[in-house]
Design a protein around this ligand. Structure first.
Ligand SMILES: [Zn+2]
Length: 448
């Protein structure tokens, strides 16, 4: 009986603690520290941010500790029970720092465990020298934040403290200066038209009339060319917040019929997703073709959507396979490690030469998921198709905390892979350089 227990329970456990597969000789002593130091000190590329202007932050009512709760801690604070309206009250400008803390405190204390919120704790410690967020520190922290914003804080945090050489920003605000460092990606609202108003928005923007599908395609083409001329480095598709990522091939007549329905409708008419989907799908195919002609990669939001009330099944990356098959020469970049579809993501990036993965946002969603899947992706996906850092933040403080998480996780994974004899130490450092720097430069064609 005892023997059975040993073989059924203890023996497999013992085996799982051993190296997985050994390919290379075991490393020389001290490799853990050498890998960690290399990764902590290396310069990196940041493939995805939503940064807002530091001048805007300076003028806003969140130039205090609440700045650090914006994006994404606020999602978990609300998930822990704080009413959305109560959180928004913090931004009204009518509360003192202590009143803001009192309002947030029960929900912060209920959610301090999540990685979003752990990242805040790490950031206040490393950037502002404050050990923890509580009633005795919020005022001092707020004072230090205000002080920081009187300096060239934005670039100090990105360049010196985070050691980031390039940042790719997903925003309509192109006023960040330093064009050698900052690049932009472009979203196109043609792919989520669901009402007459949205057609009119495009008309107003372009000061033109759009009375047919042909005219709408011509407008898309014009705006796409302008985006190329402005130097955008990729197209961004973020529609998984509001619809499925399954885009079907649609006959032009079918899309035209939907367009005409919308065009001739009243402002108050509401269409179901099923009714507008053929037009959205048709325009998405046209957008992908334009990206293909211009040689621009397409970044696609897959997996978890920020905030509440979103449907995770919409954003399963496997919905996209028909596009990868049809557009073999277009490069698709799947975002956020597809959380929680990590293995599905691996199969897509492994099987389609035109699919790469991007781990932006991932380490603060779940560092253990990022670690688990980076292990798996390094075993399944060619290393030149993994981009391992994007902060995905509004503010640079968030970017800073996030890159600290990313460096730790990448170092953990590579250290384990070297300890197991899967990689040599030299190979591990080469991988770090590829996934944290070279791949993004090459796939997004970044240069200054
Ligand atoms: Zn994003």
């Amino acid at each position: 009986m005892k023997k059975t227990i040993f073989f059924v329970f203890v023996f497999p456990l013992f085996c799982s603690l051993q190296a997985q597969v050994q390919v290379k000789p075991f490393p020389e002593e001290g490799f853990e520290m050498r890998i960690r130091n290399y990764i902590n000190n290396m310069h990196i590329v940041d493939t995805h941010e939503h940064l807002v202007s530091p001048n805007g932050i300076k003028k806003s009512s969140m130039l205090d500790f609440t700045l650090l709760l914006h994006h994404y801690a606020d999602d978990d604070i609300k998930s822990a029970g704080m009413a959305k309206a109560d959180f928004e009250e913090l931004l009204s400008g009518s509360l003192t720092v202590m009143e803001k803390w009192q309002a947030v405190k029960p929900f912060w204390e209920a959610s301090f465990n999540t990685a979003y919120n752990r990242a805040v704790e790490l950031t206040i410690d490393q950037l502002f020298g404050i050990k923890t967020l509580n009633e005795s520190t919020v005022e001092e922290l707020s004072a230090r934040i205000r002080e920081a914003y009187n300096t060239d804080w934005f670039y100090t945090v990105l360049k010196q403290k985070s050691k980031i050489d390039y940042v790719v920003v997903d925003s309509n605000n192109h006023s960040f200066g330093d064009t050698g460092m900052i690049s932009y990606v472009k979203r196109f609202d043609y792919i989520n038209i669901d009402s007459e108003i949205k057609i009119r928005n495009i008309e107003n923007r372009l000061k033109t009339k759009i009375n047919s599908l042909d005219e709408m395609e011509a407008s898309l083409k014009k705006e796409f060319q302008a985006a190329v001329n402005e130097g955008n480095v990729a197209v961004k598709i973020g529609v998984a917040y509001s619809r499925t990522l399954f885009f079907e091939e649609v006959e032009k007549e079918t899309a035209e019929a939907v367009f005409q329905n919308l065009r001739n409708s009243e402002e108050t008419d509401v269409y179901s997703f099923e009714e507008v989907k053929p037009l959205q799908d048709y325009m998405t195919y046209r957008l992908i073709e334009l990206a293909g002609e211009a040689g621009l990669p397409i970044q696609i939001h897959t997996g978890l959507q920020a905030g509440d009330g979103n449907l995770i099944e919409n954003s399963n990356p496997t919905h996209l396979a028909n596009l990868f098959l049809k557009y073999r020469d277009v490069n698709f970049i799947l975002f956020h490690g597809g959380y929680p579809f990590g293995s599905e993501l691996a199969t897509l990036a492994k099987n389609f030469r035109n699919v790469a993965i991007d781990m932006c946002w991932l380490y603060i969603i779940s560092p253990s998921y990022a670690e688990r899947y980076l292990h798996e992706w390094l075993e399944t996906i060619p290393a030149n198709k993994i981009m391992a850092f994007g902060g995905d933040f509004h503010n640079v403080e968030g970017v800073y905390g996030h890159q600290l998480f990313a460096r730790q996780v990448v170092a953990n994974v590579l250290t384990e892979k070297v300890r197991d004899g899967y990689f040599t130490e030299t190979e591990a450092l080469r991988i770090a350089q590829m996934i944290l720097y070279d791949n993004a430069v090459s796939i997004l064609k970044l240069s200054n």
